[in-house]
Design a protein around this ligand. Structure first.
Ligand code: HEC
Length: 122
C-alpha cells in the first residue's frame, strides 16, 4: 500500500541538497583567471604548474597536502609572501620567490585558487 505521502521526502531531500550545494559553491568561488595571471606575472609558472611537478610541487599536490588543515590559507599565504628558504629537487636551497602583488585580495584569491585545486598528482 503506497500512500502519496511517500513522495515528499525525496523532494525535500533534493531541496536540502540544493541548499547545501549553494553556499559551498560560493565559499570556494575564486577568480581563476586573475590567479593564473598573477602566477604568470610573477613567473611562478617557471617552477610550478597546476597538475605536474616542476622544480616546485604541482598546485594540486599543495592543495592535497593542506586539505583539512584549518591553517592552510595562513601557511600558504606566508609561503608566497615571506621568502623563506626552500629546497630544490637537486638539493640546493634558495629563498622562495616573494609575491609582488601588494593587493591582499589578490594574494587571498591566488592562495584560494591554489588550495581549491582538485585531486593531487600522486
Ligand atoms: C625558482 C623556482 C620557484 C619559483 C619561481 C616559485 N616557486 Fe614556489 N616553490 C618552489 C620550490 C622548490 C618549492 C618546494 C619547497 C619545499 O618543498 O621545501 C615551492 C613551493 C611552493 C608552494 C608549496 C608550499 C607548501 O607549503 O607546501 C607553493 C604554494 C608555491 N611554491 C607557490 C608559488 C607561487 C605562488 C610562486 C610565484 C609567486 C612561486 N611558488 C614561485 C620553487 C619556486
Amino acid at each position: 500500500m503506497k500512500s502519496p505521502l511517500n513522495r515528499p521526502p525525496l523532494t525535500s531531500l533534493l531541496t536540502l541538497l540544493a541548499a547545501l550545494a549553494l553556499p559551498c559553491a560560493s565559499a570556494h568561488a575564486v577568480d581563476a583567471e586573475a590567479a593564473e595571471k598573477v602566477t604568470k606575472d610573477n613567473k611562478c609558472t617557471k617552477c610550478h604548474a597546476v597538475d605536474r611537478k616542476k622544480d616546485g610541487p604541482a598546485y594540486r599536490d599543495t592543495a592535497a597536502k593542506y586539505r583539512g588543515d584549518p591553517e592552510a590559507e595562513a601557511k600558504v599565504t606566508h609561503h608566497v609572501t615571506a621568502g623563506d628558504m626552500v629546497k630544490f629537487p637537486d638539493g640546493h636551497q634558495e629563498r622562495h620567490k616573494k609575491l609582488k602583488a601588494e593587493d591582499t585580495a589578490e594574494v587571498k584569491n591566488l592562495v584560494g585558487w591554489i588550495l581549491s585545486q582538485p585531486g593531487g598528482t600522486k
